[in-house]
Write a protein that binds this ligand. Structure first.
Ligand SMILES: CC(C)[C@H](C(=O)O)[C@@H](O)C(=O)O
Ligand code: SF4
Length: 466
């Protein structure tokens, strides 16, 4: 009788090319994603050392981080030297012979949004990208992780990587999610409960009733923030919900190859009795929408709660956020609301936010914007009239990209003429300066961001969803 294995061990075992001893293995990498921000640092050294891509058909590039998301964009960007980055990335991609989703390509978008959407990321596959949120695609059951550019160069040149096998962590979300509470709230509550380093470099399998009840896009939201929990990566075992979502995607297997793939993917689920190095639990049945109050994603609480009263050692976070212990969060005035990023910019996120916004207006003085995660999400949203709903309410409707998730991409909430100090955001990081110098970020679900944009202050979305 073979030993019971969990899904992470199964995917790992299938990808070992050579056991290097000491727990380290040479792994086959099934797919590589590269983007405009870190991609040039992969192509440059690769070309200088005279090496080529081992399997260019398994490597994909997309423009996302530093592109301008204003309508009518071109190679110019707000990132200093951005044009040179974009052009170097384009040239490197052409030279290496990989597939590039360039600015004018309908498949362009944030790496972690486009790879599952196009069926590049698949259940049971290994996938890497020089980006920490590569774990997002764990939502369809891929073992995906962020790497540095030196590993990126190694991966492109050999289609393999050296890794030590990670310890495993089972996170069980019990119960059913109450109405108005979403995957973003689950993961914020998890990190708040166990701390921003709670997963300590483990590979997580997210499971339990609340996870099974999530659609694939929400599972990606959950896995997106595994890295904010200190994990190496996170995934959800693929099931019928996954297979239905992936079917007929352009790069997914077709015809009889699809049937064979599904039959194999079904074998990946953790065996009964499989063991993990650690297990954590969270009850979702009474969970409230969550909002972060501090400067790491673990500093979050219920929207109808407040900053913990008994804080010590958090003075810097509170000073930066201009908050005091015990202060309620609901009712705190905001300057801006942002819906976007690889965490929450898929079609289901935009539908949810539009449902809150429909027929209502953004509060006077609040800058509100929606940045779809991919051009295809944008087009699908427009076909449903969601852009019109957002625009009528007073939201700006942008082209796809990372945009205001990340100040280093060139766009900032603290630009001349548009100073926004306090922002409620559907993104994943609330670090000091993340969305611009001095900008204070509150992380929340797209529903909470939308409700807050309308109220002009942090607001509970539940009354608007009822
Ligand atoms: C620029 C990129 C390498 C970075 C990352 O690795 O995550 C960015 O996407 C981020 O979210 O901070
Ligand atoms: S959307 Fe934000 S978190 Fe995601 S890859 Fe882009 S910059 Fe990083």
């Amino acid at each position: 009788m073979p030993e019971a294995r969990n899904i992470i061990e199964k995917i790992w075992d299938e990808h070992v090319v050579a056991d290097l001893g000491g727990g380290r293995s040479l792994l086959h990498v099934d797919r590589i994603l590269l983007h405009d921000r870190s991609g040039p640092a992969v192509f440059g050294p690769l070309q200088e050392s005279g090496r080529a891509a081992a399997q260019p058909s398994l490597v994909f590039g997309t423009m996302d981080h530093i592109v301008d998301t204003h309508v009518g964009r071109n190679d110019d960007t707000r990132f200093k030297g951005g044009r040179a980055f974009i052009q170097a990335f384009r040239e490197g991609a052409h030279h290496a012979g990989i597939t590039l989703f360039d600015l004018d390509d309908p498949r362009q978008g944030i790496s972690h949004v486009v790879s599952p959407e196009l069926g590049i990321a698949l259940p049971g596959a290994t996938l890497v990208c020089c980006d920490s949120h590569t774990c997002t695609v764990g939502g369809i059951g891929a073992l995906a992780w962020g790497i540095g550019t030196t590993d990126g160069e190694h991966a492109v040149a050999t289609q393999t990587l050296v890794r030590a096998q990670p310890p495993t962590l089972r996170v069980e979300f019990h119960g059913k999610l109450p109405p108005g509470v979403f995957a973003k709230d689950m993961v914020l509550a998890l990190i708040a409960r166990y701390g921003a380093d709670g997963a300590a470099e483990h590979a997580i399998e997210f499971c339990g009733e609340a996870v099974r009840g999530l659609d694939v896009e929400a599972r990606m939201t959950l896995c997106n923030m595994a890295v904010e929990f200190g994990a190496w990566t996170g995934l959800v075992a693929p099931d019928d919900v996954t297979f239905a979502w992936l079917r007929d995607r352009p790069y997914a297997p077709q015809g009889t190859r699809w049937d064979a793939a599904v039959a194999h993917w079904r074998t990946l689920a953790s065996d009964p009795g499989a063991s993990y190095d650690r297990t954590l639990h969270l009850d979702c049945s009474r969970l409230a929408p969550q909002v972060s109050w501090g400067t790491n994603p673990g500093q979050a609480c219920a929207v109808d709660g407040g900053v913990p009263a008994d804080l010590s050692g958090e003075e810097r976070a509170l000073a930066y956020m201009d908050l005091r212990p015990g202060q309620p969060l609901a009712g705190l005035p905001i300057d801006a609301a942002f819906i976007g990023s690889c965490t929450n910019s898929r079609l289901s996120d935009l539908r949810l936010a539009a449902g809150v916004v429909r027929g209502r207006k953004v509060a006077p003085g609040v800058t509100a914007l929606v940045v779809p995660g991919s051009t295809s999400v944008k087009r699908a949203a427009e076909a449903e009239g969601l852009d019109a709903v957002f625009r009528a309410a007073g939201f700006e409707w942008r082209e796809s990209g990372c945009s205001l998730c990340f100040y280093v991409g060139g766009d900032s909430f603290d630009r001349p003429g548009r100073t926004a100090r306090r922002v409620i955001s559907s993104t994943n990081r609330n670090f000091e300066g993340r969305q611009g110098p001095g900008v204070r970020t509150h992380l929340a679900s797209p529903a909470t961001v939308a409700a807050s944009a309308l109220a002009g202050c942090i607001a509970d979305p539940r009354p608007l969803l009822a």
